[in-house]
Design a binder for this molecule. Sequence first.
Ligand SMILES: [Zn+2]
Length: 502
Amino acid sequence: MGYLVLTRKYRPQNFNEVVGQKHVTQTLMSALRHGRVGHSYLFAGPRGVGKTSVARILAKSLNCEKGVVENPCNECETCISITKGSAIDVIEIDGASNRGIDEIRDLREAVAYSPSSARYKVYIIDEVHMLTKEAFNALLKTLEEPPSHVVFIFATTEPQKVPKTVLSRCQRFDFRMLTEKEIFSKLESLVELESIDTDEETLNLLATRAEGSIRDAEGMLEQLVSYSEGRITIGDAKEVFGFIGEESYMKLFEGISNRDEKIIIEGVEDIIQKGYDLRELVYGWLQFIRKLLLYNLDIPDPTSVEINKDLKRLAKSVSPEFITAVLNLSTDMEKDIRNIPYSQVFIDLSMLRMARIPDLRDINTLIEELGGHRTEEKKKSYTKREETLTEVKEEPLTDVGELWQRIIKTIDKTNGKNFFKSFLKEVEPVSFSNNRLELNVPSSHKEHLKEDIHLLKEACKETFGFDVEVDIITTQESVGEALKDDPMIKKIKEIFNAEEYI
Ligand SMILES: [Zn+2]
């Protein structure tokens, strides 16, 4: 099977077969039904989504021997000749290679003649934005006074480059990118029609990587058909197109969320060793993080085909704020890799930077604290604290400061843990009541303390002989001091557009 045979063979032949562009096809069908024929149409949209296919179906509907119909019969001679590309009155011009004034002058002369056999002369000009300024001017004259037997259909991926004077004379239709689901279904039906031996997982990967273009998806499937001897596996797809598997990204993300620098460096190295392109790594990574965010937020991704349980678990292991911050840094990385496409060190550094994003489980609280604003909930928790303080006062024998010194002494007696010991000195004991110790911790140390909280609890048990729960609170001052100038916090404020609170 030759390249692009599939695409040609299964090109939609009527409006009902067009995938994902219902908003366009329904409007066109209704216009045709009512005999409202325009003289110039502009089909705008990304590549490979069906613009030229729809243009050809429209040409057939206008010229079908059964009359102007909402869907062509595809059986009459005219329909068949248009499908074959041999119809004299349907002229396809590639704007990219015929972009000069001479071609348009020829066109203008030809336009004057009536169609030889069909009802309308239809000019389909693809990539119309490529025409030169002179060519557009020449074209405009025809568009201003179009002969009644002529219909222009312009297709473009860049409508913003088409002069306004031309745009204003066209009925414009915007084609959209296809969803993964739509592409997947189309591939599934192709596989069935052609008895291609493959599985859902492989088709799913192709659908994801086609970036909304059905033509690309079909092209990839076809390449795989000629590549594999028998069954097409996901391994074939990864090998032929250099796709990086999700499991590699999952490992990298785990490294980042666990702040495990070794795993990160190894993960990147592992991907490079397999011969993957750095840009593919970055591109795939962006898609992966985007997907994680959707999973984390429980937003059912309408474009996705199936739910990956491992991915969901991973997504739920961190906060949405963390993923958003990773996504933000990843977008920067994607922008920068264009300038330094061969730098592995750059990728390493970017990923390590992501691992240094602070844990932002409650970004709103953090931002409010920075700005001195507190939510009702936060106020409540502070109120609670005051109540606890009152309780403490009612227990004359318990001096929390003295108890804290005893705990510190116990810890000082243990070996090592110097780092832990040193920042404990900055911790301020607040209350001790009902076996609960409340500590006021500078936010810069909050995470460290949380990590080593078991050491503290052990020390408490050793000191008092019973289990003690530890509550950590952070005051406004300490947060402000520690984080106000942190570049990462500044970045996060940007992401969440939190300037108004500051
Ligand atoms: Zn027909």
